[in-house]
Design a protein. Structure first.
Length: 79
């Protein structure tokens, strides 16, 4: 897809990359346990596990010339 790149200053080819959102919990054993219990059972944002995995994704647009990565979440699934 072609989009304007603010770093290059012109319209260039871009590609779409989807990555998991960064965790709000620390990268320890206890952080993993807290995330599992709180996110899965106590305050689930989505009722279905498949929808939960979609909710945990970020969509990025990456310029193929300079490599600048821009967060571009659009649509209900990326809210």
């Amino acid at each position: 897809m072609e989009q304007y790149c603010s770093q290059c200053g012109k319209t260039t080819k871009h590609k779409e990359v989807v990555q998991h959102k960064k965790s709000r919990y620390e990268k320890t054993v206890w952080g993993g346990i807290k995330e599992f219990i709180i996110e899965r059972f106590l305050i689930p944002e989505c009722t279905d596990y498949t929808l939960k995995t979609i909710c945990d994704l970020d969509r990025y647009i990456v310029c193929q010339v300079c490599g600048k990565k821009t967060l571009d979440n659009k649509g209900e699934e990326f809210v």
